[in-house]
Design a protein around this ligand. Sequence first.
Ligand code: ATP
Ligand code: MG
Length: 557
Amino acid sequence: MITEEKKEEKSLNFIEEIIEADLQAGKYKEIITRFPPEPNGYLHIGHASSICLNFGLTKKFPGYTNLRFDDTNPTTEDTEYVESIKNDIRWMGFEWENELYASDYFDTLYGYAIQLIHKGLAYVDDSSSEEIATLKGTPSEPGRNSPFRDRSVEENRLLFEQMKNGTFPDGSRTLRAKIDMAHTNMLMRDPILYRIKHAHHHRTGNNWCIYPMYDFAHGQSDSIETVTHSICTLEFVPHRELYDWLIEQLGIYPSHQYEFARRNLNYTVTSKRKLLQLVQEKHVNGWDDPRMPTISGLRRRGYTPASIRDFCDRIGVARRENMIDVGLLEFCVREDLNKTSLRRMAVLDPLKVVITNFPEELSETCLSENNPEDIAAGMREILFTREIFIEREDFMEVPSKKYFRLAPGKMVRLKGAYIIQAESVVKDENGEITEVHCTYVENSKSGQDTTGINVKGTLHWVSAKHGVPVEVRLYDRLFSVENVASEEGDFKDYINPDSLNIITGYAEPALRDAKPGESFQFLRKGYFAADPDGSTEKPVFNRTVTLRDNWAKAAEK
Ligand code: ATP
Ligand code: MG
């Protein structure tokens, strides 16, 4: 498992090595890559890896990257997905050279199919899918020829034309490549090239009722676009032979396929089909729910493009599948937000503190730095008053030995303000503490000389008079098991029931003006991003990540 690792000068990954060798050998002057999503869902963190790889290569080497929608499956595709995909890639900081669609090549692909028929390399098969499966054989047993395999070129041409013209119902016929039913690679046993599907396509409407299969669209699209390095994930290794065979038989531009390992994250599902189920069955509130591993979900959660690119860069490109610790993704966003986010104070579980020797009417201006990592971010004013809120966990009536926060008789520093000492508590009828009465030490304001006073803890706080209530959405991992895909039964049985906890806290008034998407560090609590659901009356914040890795801590216990 890959976890946090030191970032150092990286050597070339294996695909970069191949490209560098190709360029040095003069095989290409420039390279062309493509990112080929199927518009049947939103992009997820696995896709981010492929985006960074494909676009990253043409940043490093001369050439460009196309965005190609692999839209050959009319029933699952939609323009909503097309728009979200474009938006997400741009947000990640990449721009494609050309926006292309496999469906734009339907005429060309049809022409290619006719060519194969003329060469005696494709035939129309009337067998049902069950019959085709039965004749296919097994990895250890050869398949058998279809009774329709030896049709004449003329008959095949005519039947294929009728397939195209809508003469036949769905599933009644297919066009198959004529290769070898005893081939050791099962995918070479007369693979299906076209199927009949009377369905509306999001771009070509009702023009077509036959659609090319993945294997007869992907490589051909690569070739039409003169893609030099077509990068896909490992499950396509067995398809490469067919990819090469089709290009060779058609005599078209020789694109080459290279495979790298699909990226899997623990505690996460990265399969569009499963993510779609989570959305449709309302386990989450849409594709951009901040618990989703989609790019839109991560964005709403407060992830930055830089943090996602950094993550993809750190995990690199592998030849073998492995599981990546989602903690690394969280580490990357902490790193980035630590540098860039403004510091603010918000109390998530408020306990009232009354400073009995502080004048009731006074609101005293204090100063606190906006970002200690970035002096240029400057200071901000916060108002200190007699009544404030602190975190309930920051007070203990009977403190343990190592407790350096507030307790009767003990002193703490309030961030940017005064040192206070707890004197007494007020309790309700159930014995629960409702107020802590304190006194403040005069001349102990931040910046003043306090030599001789020994204070170990510094607490964040919010003025009760000036603070604003904020809704805070505390997210945790959506799944409670590490390897969701390997668990028995339905993956949805492993959804973490505590993945969302909504609370109301108090925040300093500046947070009222937070713009949707803006990120802050709530001192001592973590990083939080303003959610579009919020308003100036009731701001809403999503917890992006805690300041430290709580899961690692829990695992140590
Ligand atoms: P899913 O299984 O989630 O539906 P997919 O491979 O069917 O994924 P596509 O839209 O076809 O989704 O993928 C576009 C590109 O992104 C492909 O080149 C694919 O190999 C790559 N890709 C998809 N998932 C991952 C992943 N987890 N890690 C790396 N690359 C991925
Ligand atoms: Mg796919």
